[in-house]
Design a protein around this ligand. Structure first.
Ligand code: ADP
Ligand code: MG
Length: 260
């Protein structure tokens, strides 16, 4: 085996992605690699395209140009010779089930218990054995500190608890990468810490993730790479000691000064 063959591909490869809504260009030639076991934090003002970037990785939005690979798979398309064909919905869902997505507003199923929320997708989408999935779901609830809430309904939980359930639900899919879109923005300040603690422990365990957040202190602590976006472009990226503490671009500096 050659040395090259031993080098693992990035788990997420975003290559020259452009995306518009009507005339409005929301992502401009965005490229981003997320290495296995690494944490990428995306910073940027509201409207800069952060959510759209995450949504394209999950194929919740289609790109106009460029390509995205997750774990080596081309997202949303299959290649035939040098032509690309759109995947059928069923195959898109299969790809999506390998990408954990945690939304700002939790998005739990209100009519399902906590345990059912965590176990639902592995049973119905991944067709895994119910018993096994439920056992795993209980372990995941323990991991996020909610073993005692398995039978509760989302409305009976605080926002921080609901978000921790949402994280357990994402983990239940045994994803290749976890995407977090401002996971603490909808929380009361006193509940932010418990969610950040869970995300931090996942990072410590070597989960690959992309985290959109305005929590600069947290970003500095967990990020291997910080990406600063503005107007649909990646303005700069690098380790936190560079992008947060010594940004080279004026736009980055102005943003960091504002949110610190
Ligand atoms: P961020 O997450 O950085 O705040 P978004 O990715 O949500 O930014 O949005 C980037 C821009 O794209 C915004 O101007 C937003 O209004 C626009 N946008 C996002 N989603 C849609 C959509 N479905 N249709 C039209 N415009 C959209
Ligand atoms: Mg957003």
């Amino acid at each position: 085996m050659t040395a090259e063959a031993l080098v693992r591909r990035p788990v997420v490869e975003v290559s020259n992605v452009t995306k518009s809504f009507g005339d409005h260009v929301v992502l401009r030639d965005v490229s981003l690699d997320v290495e296995q076991g690494s944490v990428t934090v995306v910073l940027g003002p509201s409207g800069s395209g952060k959510s759209t970037l995450l949504r394209t990785i999950n194929h919740l939005e289609k790109v106009d140009r460029g390509q995205i690979h997750v774990d080596g798979d081309l997202i949303g398309y299959r290649r035939q010779g040098d032509r690309l064909h759109e995947l059928r919905e069923r195959d898109v869902l299969k790809q999506r089930s390998r990408i954990g997505f945690v939304f700002q507003d939790f998005n739990l199923f209100p009519h399902l218990t906590v345990l059912q929320n965590v176990a639902e997708a592995p049973i119905s989408a991944q067709r895994r054995n119910r018993r096994e999935v439920e056992d795993q779901a209980k372990e995941l609830l323990e991991r996020v500190g909610l073993a005692d809430k398995a039978a509760a309904y989302p409305r009976q939980l605080s926002g921080g608890q609901q978000q921790r359930v949402a994280i357990a639900r994402a983990l239940a899919l045994q994803p290749k990468v976890l995407l977090f879109d401002e996971p603490t923005s909808a929380l009361d300040p006193e509940l932010v810490g418990e969610v950040l603690d869970v995300i931090r422990s996942l990072a410590d365990d070597g989960a690959a993730m992309v985290v959109v957040t305005h929590e600069i202190g947290f970003a500095r602590e967990i990020a291997d790479t910080v990406v600063f976006m503005d107007h649909g472009q990646i303005v700069e990226s690098g380790p936190p000691s560079q992008v947060i503490d010594q940004p080279t671009h004026e736009r980055t500096r102005a943003f960091i000064d504002r949110v610190l």
